[in-house]
Ligand binder design. Structure first.
Ligand SMILES: O=C(O)CCC(=O)C(=O)O
Ligand SMILES: [Fe+2]
Length: 645
């Protein structure tokens, strides 16, 4: 069966839809329609919806009434093809020409979309004509037909606005005389309409050159209209993040630069006002650094307010110090402490209310203290994205963890979408619509467009019994770890007294030729962290020092030594059980102690006073027989590692 060229006339196609509000779903619908040059007529804009709560009960009759009024205009245009579709949860995946061609191939005057559920009256199921292969039941979220026939169908509407539209069309279809009179059929195999409810597993993405289609694998069809009916909004969002050209392999994000808010010409005093909400609900490493980073945000001070909720007594001193230093740096600064005993929910409500109830507050930005905000332009970037709700993607360096899920399990909990890994790794960069809480009409977006933060989280591994949690953060938060541990002021020899006094001094799995008064990293649970440090910071140095030798950066013995005149002042000559040894000065000769140092007997060479925090490296065996020289006053601390034993 061929369709004549003359029949396929896009100028004789009209799309009619309904939208009372310009929701993001409606905007997405229009974007896909524009992409294919559809002519769209929207009914009901700005009017009040009286069609009932269709998400939870029946309803939708108002759509039929409006359509009835609209079709008055076209009822005598015999060659006009009209398609009616919902808009909030619909996208176009194919062109008008394809649509018309498929329509004419059906050789019926009117085609309704089909689905697997008989809604709203399951009792009518038996009255449907049987279908050998395909969806059996009518869905009124999409239909297409010649204007005169559609006009005649909606003439039969004599009901209330909150009566059910689908039931109305269903009854007409099930009435054999009417079905034949109007020449109605159903699109059983999703050639034109894909209803997602009950069919999620049938629909996959198919990447083509510069465009993406949804393919129904059950019927091997490429539907033109995708409808996220029922509880399939997430799946529609997922498809809509690609179809028709939202993101393609060739061109990347096809819509990312549409509808941006240009702030470049806006005067500082006219920028939106932002309230930052910070919620400290657990002991958090590097909290002072986190707070200081808020001040570094490049945004006019008089447009920025800060609300901090802190439920940890431990952090009060940090917040106090921050407040004293920065109370002038924000247009307002409100702090609610642990004495208020707010629940997390109450604290968050309070923060949001501060913005919601303040007419001058334009944006509310919530940030968790375990997120590393490294880009000072963060606020500009997010505001320019021009979304109602948006989050930057937060991921941990080198890991597949992120704040983005991409999918939900049937129980409504965490699941990874098929595209999760590519998105987290930044291989697919876009502002994805990840969620649309039903019926609010607002989408939640997440963007990995700008690497807003290298994104490390550091709340795992936080142990309230440790005084120096920060030191353990080398895996979780290498960014802050490096900044803090490498700072000139970093001082942590107290570890000897604080963390270790109770520890078992016996060692497992290593051998010291000459025992010292020492604390081993295994004793304080720091062995893995130390090995990571060797890998990241020492291995690259040894490649320069010992060309041609490649260290495994493994070490069984990693320990802090304490020398005191009355305890252990020195160490007799020995070899180390290492290929090379690193020896880090932890305090200062001449200030903290006198004497000390390491002497290499064969060369009579002494390394006496490296700067605090500096290390020397020497081969461990044969050539470098060495001793620890007597400490004559005070206490000398060194950190020693026998690398590659
Ligand atoms: O005191 C020193 O610097 C030498 C320490 C040493 O050789 C060792 O602990 O094996
Ligand atoms: Fe040694």
């Amino acid at each position: 069966e061929t369709v004549s060229q003359e029949a396929v006339r896009p100028d004789k196609l009209l799309i009619i839809t309904v939208a009372t509000d310009i929701t993001e779903g409606y905007q997405r619908f229009l974007r896909t329609a524009r992409n294919f040059n559809y002519t769209v007529r929207t009914l009901g804009l700005g009017e009040q919806w009286k069609g009932g709560d269709v998400a939870h009960t029946v309803g939708g009759g108002q759509k039929v009434r409006w359509l009835k009024e609209e079709l008055e205009k076209y009822h005598d245009q015999e060659d006009l093809v009209v398609m009616f579709v919902d808009s909030y949860d619909v996208i176009f995946a194919g062109s008008p020409i394809e649509l018309l061609w498929k329509f004419h191939q059906f050789e019926h005057k009117v085609i309704f979309s089909a689905e697997g559920f008989c809604w709203p009256d399951w009792g009518l199921a038996d009255r449907y004509p049987p279908v050998s292969n395909g969806k059996r039941f009518l869905n009124s979220g999409g239909f297409i037909g010649f204007a005169p026939q559609l006009y005649e169908i909606v003439q039969l509407w004599k009901y209330k606005d909150d009566d059910d539209d689908q039931l109305f069309y269903t009854k007409i279809y099930l009435e054999e005389t009417l079905r034949e009179k109007f020449d109605i059929t159903l699109d059983h195999k999703s050639k034109i309409f894909q209803n997602l409810n009950g069919a999620i597993d049938e629909v996959v993405l198919k990447f083509e050159r510069n465009k993406v289609r949804a393919r129904n694998v059950a019927f091997d069809t490429f539907p033109v209209v995708i409808h996220g009916n029922g509880p399939t909004k997430l799946q529609l969002n997922y498809l809509g993040n690609y179809v028709p050209n939202t993101w393609t392999h060739e061109d990347g994000c096809g819509v990312c630069d549409d509808d941006l808010l240009d702030l470049s010409e806006v005067q500082e005093d006219d920028l939106p006002r932002v309230l930052l909400g910070v919620y400290i609900e657990q002991p958090t490493p590097f909290l002072p650094e986190f707070l200081e980073r808020l001040v570094l945000l490049d945004y006019p001070r008089n447009r920025l307010s800060l609300y901090i909720h802190n439920s940890e007594v431990y952090h009060e001193k940090h917040i106090q110090a921050f407040w004293e230093k920065h109370k002038e740096d924000f247009s307002s600064l409100k702090i609610v402490g642990p004495e208020e005993a707010l629940s997390q929910g109450e604290a968050r409500d309070m923060g949001m209310d501060l913005c919601r109830q303040d007419e001058t507050c334009d944006y509310y930005y919530r940030v968790e203290p375990m997120v590393v905000l490294t880009n000072p332009d963060t606020l500009y970037i997010l505001i320019q994205e021009n979304k109602k709700v948006i989050a930057p993607m937060v991921s941990r360096s080198g890991k597949l963890w992120s704040n983005f899920w991409g999918a939900l399990s049937p129980e409504g909990y965490y699941a990874r979408s098929e595209d999760y890994v590519d998105i987290v790794q930044g291989k697919r960069v876009a502002s994805n619509t990840v969620s649309s809480p039903p019926y609010i009409g607002i989408f939640l977006h997440i963007s990995n467009r700008y690497r807003v933060w290298p994104l490390d989280l550091h709340f795992r591994n936080t142990n309230r019994t440790r005084r120096h949690n920060d030191l353990w953060q080398i895996f979780e938060n290498p960014v802050d770890w490096e900044r803090e541990i490498h700072s000139e002021n970093y001082q942590n020899t107290q570890i000897f007294e604080e963390d270790l006094s109770e520890q078992d001094q016996r060692l497992a799995g290593g051998y010291e030729n000459v025992p010292t008064v020492d604390i081993h990293m295994t004793q304080i649970g720091f062995q893995e962290e130390w090995l990571k440090f060797l890998q990241e910071y020492i291995a690259p140095v040894t490649e320069k020092l010992f060309p041609g030798y490649y260290t495994k950066a493994k070490a069984l013995l990693n320990f802090i030594v304490r020398y005191r005149p009355d305890e252990q002042p020195s160490l007799r000559p020995h070899h180390d059980s290492s290929t090379f040894t690193i020896n880090i000065a932890l305090n200062r000769k001449g200030i903290d102690y006198e004497g000390g140092g390491c002497r290499f007997l064969r060369y009579n060479c002494r390394v006496e006073s490296p700067r605090k925090g500096w290390s020397f490296i020497h081969p461990g065996r044969l050539t470098h027989y060495h001793e620890g020289l007597p400490t004559t006053r005070g206490t000398r601390y060194i950190m020693v590692s026998f690398v590659d034993p």
